[in-house]
Design a protein around this ligand. Structure first.
Ligand code: OSB
Ligand code: MG
Length: 371
């Protein structure tokens, strides 16, 4: 498999409703879309880095730079026997995992189309539909939050995640818990706390939460261990886990009991699968996180989440939770049992709506690599 051409688009997608986290509030979601041609076959990749470095140090700008100046030149002329060769080819580039994951995704899409297999089959996925939940941003006040959550429950979501931040944590979570005593509930702090906040957060431990996601800084593996000792509720790491290495060390240290796997954050689907395999062997539950992806990234997330160790519901909601209009022709819908079907088509199993791509594109380049 030799890449002939790459088209890269910077997209800005209007969100259906603003999304607020401890690191900021967004009304649009930026991403990079790759259209890659190899052996006459077209594949798609999405780079999950956002416009600003709030969640991750990578941004649309850094990813564009790294892809254009380093990753594309590195793959020029390379004959891939499988996309699993890709991590080694770009290993000389430090970090920049979201940028790498975007091109890797497109290679998996092309590879699947070549072999007539879905990404789920290529990765060894088992499930045909995966359990999903919804990630609810910080609302105006606890009453508004309860109202927003109730609408998602009416839509059929049976697992709710709420975003928390200092000043908007225990009270918000208690409000949702008392309104919905039975709902599967979890919280995500996106690194907003320090160990000194542990005492104040302790009431969360009595709210029957599935997990507390990333309370402390990305670099605080040891402090997460100290925090986990004070809580019965499992700590789940998101931002802190950038590789299989981190996952192994976090588990050895007791920094968490659950891991959120996002292929983009860890450098691609292959690394995501390695983390899954490690956790599966140790009976550590994992689930597939999301980053407000378009239909391209969502298809990839669904395939990854079909692996057997993804035993907790993913942050992979239906298309209409995020966008009125998506860039894929396929829209993902929620089934009555709070699942979404894993795409069955070859590769990612999605096609692009060219009109929508054009509409949301801010910048585009096209590169020929076979000359
Ligand atoms: O921390 O899981 C997160 C969105 C963007 C960046 C980080 C996160 C999120 C979400 C939304 O929680 C998940 C989704 O529905 O895509
Ligand atoms: Mg998170």
């Amino acid at each position: 498999m030799k890449i002939e051409q790459i088209d890269m688009y910077h997209l800005r997608m209007p969100l259906k409703s603003p999304f607020e986290t401890s690191f900021g509030r967004s009304i649009t979601r930026d991403c990079l879309l790759l259209r890659v041609y190899a052996d006459g076959i077209e594949g798609f990749g999405e780079c999950a880095a956002d416009w600003d470095p709030g969640y991750s140090s990578e941004t649309v700008g850094t990813s564009w730079h790294i892809l254009e100046e380093f990753i594309f030149p590195a793959v020029k002329g390379v004959d891939f026997s499988s996309p699993s060769d890709f991590p080694q080819v770009v290993a000389f580039i430090r970090g920049n995992r979201m940028a790498k994951a975007a091109l890797e995704m497109a290679l998996w899409d092309i590879y699947g189309k070549q072999l007539g297999k879905s990404l789920k089959e290529l990765l060894g996925g088992k499930k045909e539909r995966v359990e999903v939940g919804v990630s609810v941003g910080i609302q105006k006040d606890p009453a508004t939050l309860v109202n927003t959550v109730s609408k998602y429950i009416e839509d059929g979501y049976r697992r709710i995640k709420i975003k928390i931040k200092p000043g908007r944590d225990v009270q918000d979570t208690q409000a949702v818990r008392s309104a919905f005593p039975q709902i599967r509930l979890q919280v995500d702090a996106n690194s907003a706390y320090t160990l000194e906040d542990a005492q104040r957060l302790l009431p969360l431990d009595d709210l029957n939460l599935l997990l507390i996601e990333q309370p402390l800084d990305e670099e605080d593996l040891w402090d997460h261990h100290k925090l986990q000792k004070q809580f019965r509720t499992p700590i789940c790491l998101d931002e802190s886990i950038l590789s299989k290495q981190h996952a192994r060390q976090a588990l050895e240290m007791g920094s968490c009991r659950v891991i959120n796997i996002k292929a983009g954050r860890v450098g691609g689907l292959w690394e995501g699968k390695q983390i899954h395999d490690l956790c599966y062997q140790q009976s550590i539950p994992v689930w597939c996180g999301g980053m407000l992806e378009t239909g391209v990234g969502r298809a990839s997330n669904l395939a990854l989440a079909s692996l057997p160790g993804f035993t907790l519901p993913g942050d992979i909601s239906a298309t209409d939770r995020y966008y009125d209009e998506d860039i894929t022709n396929e829209r993902f819908v929620l089934n009555g049992d709070s699942t979404i079907d894993v795409p069955r088509g070859d590769g990612l199993g999605v096609t692009l709506n060219d009109k929508a791509v054009t509409k949301y594109t801010l910048r585009h380049i096209s590169l020929k690599l076979d000359t």
